[in-house]
Design a protein around this ligand. Structure first.
Ligand code: KIV
Length: 291
């Protein structure tokens, strides 16, 4: 621990072994993807693949397969820490896991979640985002809800931001249950307006969680920034899943919008590869994973 109480991380690139790096053509370049690369993928209609990651080993494996983005999600509170919600996750937890992930990746773009109450004000958001970027190695931070003032402030400081609309797990105690959002016309119109405002404020990406497929299609078409869906249908610009759900190793019941990619795979690497290919070819999510 250093004098400010933060744990220091000392990994060396030489400690990380990549087997058969040329197996996947998309890892031919070892330069990390940038937000411009992701924007260009939307422009040319190439789907963006994303998985959550919380540690170095999975980070290296997912990166090796060629998945475009790694999300260090605060879902780690549930799937790694065994908490009932994401609320107990701290900034320190997020920095620790972001650091583990960023040390091991070569190409994938890294987003880290600002956890519950880490962006109660724009200044708090900036201080905590700086920790995720400077100590955790994140390239972008994600925050839940239409927090337009926080997004503008972060973007003004040069911090790339990913918005998150639809089901907001950090608001579970207000929502009461994890359910589809934006089903009624008023709620759908508000979500579209919020998405446009987030883009206007400078957000570089948007995640839509548990949203009717038709609404997610409309939002993806109206926004110029990439829209990544989770339970939001196949017409988003990309897809994200919680890693442990798609490997079928989560503690609780797998959500309907996820899929067990292990069932037809010989090993974890094959399952991640199948997911990546299914996203790129618009084969996932199918109708049964959508609302
Ligand atoms: O924390 C997380 O893993 C997320 C995804 C569900 C999008 O925010």
């Amino acid at each position: 621990m250093n004098s400010s109480g933060w744990i220091e991380f000392r990994f060396s690139k030489a400690d990380i072994h990549f087997n058969d790096m040329n197996q996947y053509s998309s890892t031919a370049t070892l330069k990390p993807l940038s937000i411009n690369d992701l924007a260009a993928m939307k422009q040319r209609g190439e789907k963006i693949s994303c998985l959550t990651a919380y540690d170095a080993s999975f980070s290296a494996l997912i990166d090796k397969v060629g998945v475009d983005m790694l999300l260090v999600g605060d879902s780690l509170g549930m799937v790694v820490q065994g908490q009932h919600t994401t609320l107990p996750v701290t900034v320190r937890d997020m920095v620790y896991h972001a650091r583990c992930v960023s040390q091991a990746r070569q190409r994938a773009f890294i987003i880290a979640d600002l956890p519950f109450m880490a962006y109660a004000t724009p200044v708090m958001a900036a201080k905590n985002a700086a920790k995720l970027m400077q100590l955790g190695g994140a390239q972008m931070v994600k925050l839940e809800g239409p927090k337009i003032d926080c997004v503008s402030f972060l973007v003004d400081q040069g911090i790339p931001v990913c918005g998150h609309l639809g089901l907001l797990p950090q608001s579970i105690n207000q929502l009461g249950s994890y359910k589809v959002q934006g089903k009624e016309q008023g709620a759908a119109e508000k979500m579209l307006a919020d998405a446009l405002q987030l883009q206007q404020a400078g957000a570089g990406l948007l995640i839509l969680e548990c949203v009717p497929a038709a609404l997610a299609k409309d939002i993806s078409a109206q926004l110029t920034i990439p829209v990544i869906g989770i339970g939001a249908g196949v017409d988003c610009d990309g897809q994200v899943l919680v890693l442990y759900d798609m490997l079928n190793i989560g503690i609780g019941k797998r959500p309907r919008f996820s899929k067990n990619f292990m069932s037809d795979a010989a090993n974890i690497e094959e399952a991640i590869h199948a997911y990546h290919q299914a996203v790129k070819q618009s084969l996932f999510p199918a109708a049964e994973h959508s609302f």
